[in-house]
Design a protein around this ligand. Structure first.
Ligand SMILES: [Ca+2]
Ligand SMILES: [Ca+2]
Ligand SMILES: [Ca+2]
Ligand SMILES: [Zn+2]
Length: 403
């Protein structure tokens, strides 16, 4: 489905090559400098006496502790003193009703390291009320501020709202044509950090602790400077791979925080071109495939499609656009989020080779770049695949002796 993208003008094209793992912790500055007077607005509906200086300090301390817990394993250090250029969360107010926070951008792979995000304290007034005790209201406010802080920061590291649906009990339900919505969604998405109003997030789900699901964690593992073991990104092969038979063989890398195995491919298509990638998966593996084309990074102007084929060359899963609304995900009738493509948790029915096709909705679409993130593929290449990847027999023998 064609949708006009909002172009972010004036941003230079940023190269994708050369990203490496960064073991040094990155400071995230929690900027509360404007916050204290705004807490009165957020607290007003409680009808209780004003928050004390001590209580406000405790909220700030708890938000910081909670963020460290939510981002546990990542190389982030949440600090309340600015150390110069660093990602920052700015606690302030807004005149826009209902807006809890706002991120500078959605920055897949964290190409821009020092973005900021706002958290609008005044709008958290709807998280509290006179029917709750002082202690309950403090907890509700703290949980709300924590969730939005983690959410907006997540955007600056590349997370999208649809990532909230990447919980492991969700199973691909779109059929071979991707026309059917996934089933079995009963609100689980709203227990995760990237949940939003469109996914059905409510005051009830915003006032309790939320966590990242495995798919959200995996995408964060591709955020440069944030992941202790940066997800593997390779470039598309220069050799034509426009059919299942000529598909580029890829293998995954195990990621320690999400526990998933994944690879990201930096590729492009010209008008009428399809790119095929093959990999092995074990029966029961949950295969997720995202074609991501952030508009501000010259990964734009493409309305993508993706398909998965089994070892017999039969199409078993398909997606054109990313659609969701509340407990509906996928299919063709739910609300359009993005004209990129995402298949979540296609369960491999057998052990063997699978092939993914990246295509464009329109065969006349011009040259464009994309990132293809695949998880659930096997990490250890079969010998034949290793040869195809250019790893010689010597390397293979050396590997075997060591193991
Ligand atoms: Ca960023
Ligand atoms: Ca290509
Ligand atoms: Ca599409
Ligand atoms: Zn958001």
């Amino acid at each position: 489905m064609k949708k006009i993208r909002l172009a972010l003008m004036g941003l230079a094209t940023i190269g994708l090559a050369g990203l490496t793992s960064n073991a040094l912790a990155v400071d995230v500055f929690l900027d509360w400098s404007a916050a204290d007077p705004i807490f009165a607005t957020a607290w007003a509906p409680t009808g209780l006496s004003a928050l004390t200086t001590t209580e406000i300090a405790q909220i700030k301390a708890d938000v910081r502790t909670n963020l460290a817990s939510i981002y546990n394993g990542f190389t982030l250090n949440f600090t309340t003193t600015s150390s110069g250029a660093s990602p920052s969360l700015i606690y302030r107010s807004t005149t826009t009703a209902g807006l809890y926070g706002e991120a500078q951008s959605v920055d897949w792979r964290n190409i821009r390291p020092n973005e900021s995000a706002d958290v609008y304290i005044n709008n958290f007034a709807d998280h509290v009320g006179s029917s709750f005790t002082r202690s309950q209201n403090l907890t509700r406010l703290t949980n709300g501020l924590t969730g939005t802080s983690a959410h907006e920061l997540g955007h600056t590291f590349g997370l999208e709202h649809y990532d909230a649906y990447g919980f492991s009990s969700l199973v691909y339900g779109g059929g071979s044509a991707g026309t059917t919505a996934y089933s079995g969604i009963t609100g689980q998405q709203n227990a995760h950090i990237m949940a939003t109003g469109a996914s059905g997030a409510s005051i009830a789900t915003r006032t309790v602790p939320r966590t990242f699901n495995p798919w959200e964690l995996l995408k964060l593992e591709f955020a440069a400077g944030v992941a202790p073991t940066l997800g593997l990104t390779i470039n598309e092969s220069g050799v034509a791979h426009g059919t299942i038979g000529t598909a580029q063989a890829i293998v995954g890398q195990a990621q320690p925080i999400s526990g998933l195995t994944a690879i990201n491919v930096n590729g492009s298509t010209a008008a009428g071109e399809n790119d095929f990638y093959s990999f092995t998966a074990t029966a029961g593996n949950k295969i997720s495939v995202l074609v991501n084309a952030p508009a501000d990074r010259n990964l734009a102007s493409i309305d993508t499609t993706i398909a998965i084929f089994d070892g017999t060359g039969t199409q078993v899963a398909f997606n054109d656009d990313i659609r969701f609304s509340g407990n509906n995900f996928g299919g063709t009738s739910t609300s359009l989020y993005d004209d990129n493509s995402l298949i979540l948790n296609y369960v491999a029915p057998t052990t063997g080779t699978f092939t993914v096709r990246v295509g464009a909705f329109s065969a006349t679409t011009g040259l464009s770049n994309y990132n293809l993130l695949i998880s659930g593929l096997n990490p250890v290449p079969e010998p034949a695949t290793m040869v195809a990847l250019g790893l010689g027999a010597t390397a293979l023998l050396r590997r075997r002796r060591k193991s």
